[in-house]
Design a protein around this ligand. Sequence first.
Ligand code: NAG
Ligand code: NAG
Length: 449
Amino acid sequence: DTRSQNSTMPLIYQLASIGLLLSLISHVAQSGSPDSQQLSSQCQACSAIAAAFQRGLERTARDNFGGGNTNWEETRLGTYALSETRLVDITDRLCKDKDNEMDGVTSSECHAMLEKIEEDIEKFWFGAFKANPTSASLRDSVCVNGTAACCAYGRWGPECAPCPDCSGGRGDCNGNGTRTGTGACDCHPGYSGAQCSDCSAKYYRANGESNGECKACSPACRSACTGPLATQCDQCADGYETVQQADGAACVDIDECQTRSPCSGPRSFCENLPGSYRCGDCDRACSACSGPGQVGCTACSPGFEPATTGSGCQDVNECSPDSPHCTGPYERCVNLPGSYRCDCQPGYQRSGSQCVPKPAASSKKSANSKQTKKGQSGNKKGKPPKLIWTVAYTIEFAKFFGAIVGLAVFAVAVKGRPAPVTVAACLAGWYLCKQSSVLDRVYLHAGRR
Ligand SMILES: *[C@@H]1O[C@H](CO)[C@@H](O)[C@H](O)[C@H]1NC(C)=O
Ligand SMILES: *[C@@H]1O[C@H](CO)[C@@H](O)[C@H](O)[C@H]1NC(C)=O
């Protein structure tokens, strides 16, 4: 008993360590190979560069060394068409090509890829391209053979396996030209099957040929049909019924609104649609309706009246000149959809039920309120008051100064006679006292502003 326990324990340890080892290996393998997202973006970047290279070839096709290929240049440099000069002209602009952005390749992805394949491009230029300028493909040489970022077109996946035949353009090979994908055919609308050679449900084979185009059945058909018409359905779709017509049985839309009034509620309407129906709410102008909007009304809500032109209901203008609304003094009628409102005329405000003039002072106050606020907050920027104050202060100060000068002139003029000078000095003193208090007031007034 003890012995068998001893031999099972190591077995468990062995199994556990093997499991650990396996998970480790698979982890290393995973982190070693780039994920499919990365693979597909590398192929995208390389393909974008190859496309830009092709455009560069077209752009420089008629160029030369810049003065025609002279004999000297041809013997010393070769022709421009196969020269390093042209290669540089093209490669300089590969990642600046605006079309690269449209391929979903960012500028940094492009530059990273270009750095990787720059040497391969040069090898291609002096090798495959020089040997066969018309048919050599940069994508095949560099993106497929060189970096192995892509597969050749017609191949897919990590091993670049051949794509299935997707019925000559009726589907696309998933992963075509890349090292990712499923290798299955993604069929275009109307086609199905592994190679997109069958017609999908609700499509029929045109021309009756076994490989003819697949075209859509009438929407009236449930599944299969023999042609595009509603008379060619195998079965009718939901919301359609078989009706015998002159040219045979056809699938015809059922008018659910007529057959079973499915939209209940007093302010709703029913709209028949192909194969179905829709319930909608009446416009507020309607108390009953048969369709959307004001034109759909069959009866009008209060505040609305039957439309004078066309069908439906329109707003009643309660504010028409002969209306009895808002007739109080200084009242003004404002028409609203379905109702109206009585406002006061400009310059008047409501006091109880009456419109009364707005107080004049309060209107002035509101006009001045900004300045008052500014003054209170200690901001003396108010320009007109400051200007007025400056002028006033200057005038008052001139009077003050004039009185002193006047006294001095008088004193000089009546020199040596003390009585008039004393009287004049007293008068001047009185005036100066009065004037200084005026100056004080002007000054303080401004200070408070
Ligand atoms: C890519 O490599 C294969 C095999 O080495 C070769 O047959 C083929 O010609 C190469 N294609 C290009 C475009 O270089
Ligand atoms: C793969 O892509 C190429 C280039 O776009 C195209 O010519 C070819 O028909 C495609 N092949 C398949 C099987 O989708």
